[in-house]
Design a protein around this ligand. Structure first.
Ligand code: FEO
Length: 169
């Protein structure tokens, strides 16, 4: 792999670990406002992001590159409302989608076909990530300030369980 591709993949490892910390911080926020279901949802999102980071890390090593870790910025800790949290999550996922797109473009420029194919998994994953955050944003918008509605969403978010992707490698 070219140095440019290795460096960009390492930047993505950093971005995925930041994403993990962001969602764990969101989980802590939800627990602080007694929404354990949303706290659970975000905790699982944290695990998914760590999986993304590990997948990139393993790929760099598999291709003979040098995986490197960087300092991770502190994530925000407070939000205005549950809706605000999920809107922030959706905005964040859109940024990550753009990063993956740039990475794919770089792999193409460098004629790195293996990396291009490897990134297809992430392209598909981002479609799902944006769709799931977007669906929850819509739910919170629909219930507005309703305490009952918020409680119902929280109960639904409590049911999420972590499944490592089957096509993990
Ligand atoms: Fe790893 Fe949520 O993108």
């Amino acid at each position: 792999m070219s140095d440019k591709v290795i460096s960009a993949l390492n930047d993505q490892v950093k971005a995925e670990i930041y994403s993990a910390h962001l969602y764990l911080s969101m989980s802590a926020y939800f627990h602080s406002i007694d929404m354990a279901g949303a706290g659970n949802w975000m905790r699982i999102q944290y695990q998914e992001e760590l999986f993304h980071a590990h997948k990139l890390f393993d790929y760099i090593i598999e291709r003979g590159g040098r995986a490197k870790l960087a300092a991770i910025d502190e994530p925000p800790a407070e939000w205005k409302s549950p809706l605000d949290v999920f809107e922030s999550a959706l905005a964040h996922e859109k940024k990550v989608t753009a990063m993956i797109g740039n990475l794919l473009e770089l792999a193409r420029q460098e004629h790195d076909h293996a990396t291009e194919i490897f990134l297809h998994w992430f392209i598909n994953e981002q479609v799902e990530e944006e769709a799931s955050a977007s669906a929850i944003v819509q739910q919170f918008k629909q219930v507005g300030d309703s305490v009952n509605g918020t409680f119902m969403i929280d109960r639904e978010l409590a049911s999420r369980v972590y499944h490592p992707p089957v096509d993990a490698n």
